[in-house]
Design a protein. Structure first.
Length: 560
């Protein structure tokens, strides 16, 4: 038991030196976080869908403004500005790096406090602005929820910087566990507070979760060298650089949030429950992007930043290309799975007694439309971080602005002109993600001057992945139809789970087999990832290994 505890602590704080090692850590925990997130959403549906669907719509609508603050101030300042600067400074002057970290955190907290105060005062008119279809009662509830959730963003502000500091030291497990703690907080609020406080229970759960999100990371950050210092040194050259890099990224994320605002505006004009159903479908749709795109992107950013600072552009190109191919290899089969098995998956995950068959069908259709662009959305997460590693925040900003305007126009036309409801909104999101991904990839490829051998290898690999994904889709659809018709009574839960598991196993088995037959090199990296995951079981029961001496990057595509 003593060795188990010692090795468990070692595993939590162990350094991940290469992108695959870091990504494997984040993927596993993000997968766990998504699982708890699905449980959380099912609980919300159980408590509030049906006759109280309008309350769940209000809850999701209230999220938009606080989430926008978090995205702009914290994610914006971290991913494009703080992490690259802090990572580079750590290698030359660690003491100065922590001073810059303290100054940056205090500056963001000061800005956050001011903005939050304004939003707290004007919560009601802001609620009316983004949800014009809500009645007075809904607006009143939304204002209360919005003010409550603002408290959570204070904890997120601190926690976000702790994440950046820890990941810059190439330790990814604790930051990846933080979203798990956050979702658990909402689960606690829903189960224990909703019976007496109603929809305010999950909102307080958001605050609890945000506090846990911060608390779980604080000990490791302190052990690495973080100390709170009441300083804001805006004259420091590195702080100035962060301030310079921050606005374009913040604006880019603000533009991305336009999609959220448009969705709330349009769904507030539709029938009750529309926003909830759209969010349910998007929760599943986001899995490939989050578990693969964001995780590999987060893991690759410090490495890409170092390669960029060293002007090692050949390695930078190979790293980015290999990472894109790995994201596509992992995301494509999940996207196909969601398209073919959309109804069984929605029924299993969200099929509470308060979730009627009509809602299941509509959510399934919405998920299928969104899943078409799931891989493109995952690639965006990675390519954008490639721009940030090059200290280019303007290109994603411009592309994001055009994409946001396109999404808004298409969404409005589909809902207003064609009366397509949330299916029209999903169509707009999918079309935008595909075009934005292709545009960003084309621009960075031209900027890097990718050698023709590498370029041809990337396109050839992607074409093969798409082809075998299509074939795998056929091997998902056919067994599903046969098992549904002749074997399983899918009106019951256990047979439905059996059909989904067996069909998924067949489809994924075909995907892996075809990957071997078509010599998809990312398959070897995938099995390497599986081995790493499996080895964690042994790490808890064996003596801690010496410091790893692993390659810094994913294996680059073979250019021979």
């Amino acid at each position: 038991m003593r060795r188990l505890l010692q090795n468990g602590a070692s595993l939590l704080t162990r350094r991940q030196n290469d992108i695959l090692s870091a990504a494997s850590v984040i993927m596993i925990i993000y997968g766990l976080s998504h699982l708890i997130g699905l449980i959380k959403t099912r609980l919300l549906i159980s408590y509030f869908f049906g006759s109280n669907a309008y309350l769940l719509d209000v809850y999701y609508a209230a999220f938009v403004i606080p989430d926008t603050i978090f995205q702009l101030l914290i994610i914006g300042s971290l991913s494009a500005a703080f992490i690259p600067v802090f990572t580079n400074l750590l290698s030359s002057d660690e003491k100065e790096a922590w001073r810059v970290a303290a100054s940056s955190l205090n500056l963001i907290l000061l800005i956050f406090t001011f903005i939050s105060g304004v939003i707290f005062v004007f919560a009601t008119p802001l609620s009316r602005l983004i949800a014009p279809g809500f009645n007075l009662s809904q607006i009143s509830i939304m204002s209360s929820l919005l003010r409550t959730m603002l408290v959570a963003q204070l904890f997120f502000s601190i926690s976000g910087f702790l994440t950046g500091m820890i990941q810059s030291h190439q330790r990814f497990l604790i930051p990846a566990l933080a979203p798990v703690a956050y979702n658990l907080g909402i689960v606690i609020g829903t189960i224990f507070l909703s019976p007496t406080l109603g929809i305010l229970g999950p909102a307080i759960g958001v605050v609890i979760g945000a506090f846990l999100h911060m608390l779980i990371q604080l000990p490791l950050a302190v052990s690495l060298g973080f100390k709170f210092k009441p300083i804001i040194d805006v004259s420091h050259p590195k702080v100035k650089e962060i301030i310079r890099l921050f606005p374009p990224r913040a604006l880019a994320l603000g533009i991305d949030q336009i999609e959220q605002f448009i969705a709330v505006v349009l769904t507030s004009l539709l029938t009750s429950g529309s926003l909830s159903l759209l969010n349910v479908a998007r929760l599943l749709y986001a899995i490939p992007s989050s578990v693969f795109g964001v995780t590999i992107g987060q893991a690759a950013l410090p490495t890409l930043s170092r390669q960029s600072s060293l002007k090692d552009m050949d390695t930078f190109r190979s790293t980015l290309a290999a990472s894109v191919l790995q994201v596509a290899f992992l995301s494509l089969p999940i996207s196909v799975l969601f398209i073919i098995l959309r109804i069984p998956i929605v029924r299993i995950v969200f099929g509470a007694s308060t979730f009627p068959w009509s809602a299941t069908l509509l959510t399934g259709k919405t998920l299928a439309i969104l899943a078409i662009s799931a891989t493109f959305s995952a690639v965006i997460q990675l390519v954008v971080r490639g721009f940030y590693a090059l200290h280019d925040t303007r290109t994603p900003l411009v592309v994001g602005l055009v994409a946001a305007l396109f999404n808004a126009v298409v969404g409005i036309v589909m809902v207003k002109q064609f009366q397509a409801g949330i299916l029209g909104i999903a169509f707009a999101i999918t079309t935008t993600a595909i075009l934005e991904s292709l545009t960003l990839s084309f621009i960075i490829e031209k900027r890097l001057g990718t050698p023709r051998p590498l370029e041809s290898i990337v396109f050839k690999s992607l074409f093969k992945m798409i082809f075998i994904s299509f074939i795998s889709g056929l091997f998902l659809w056919l067994p599903m139809r046969l098992l549904d018709q002749f074997v399983f009574d899918t009106t019951r839960t256990l047979p439905l789970i059996g059909l989904t598991v067996i069909t998924s196993a067949i489809g994924m088995g075909v995907y892996l087999l075809l990957s071997r037959l078509f010599h998809i090199q990312e398959l070897d990296t995938f099995f390497g990832l599986v081995k790493r995951v499996w080895s964690w079981r042994r790490l808890l029961f064996t003596s801690p290994p010496p410091a790893p001496s692993e390659p810094v990057i994913l294996p680059a595509p073979d250019q021979n």
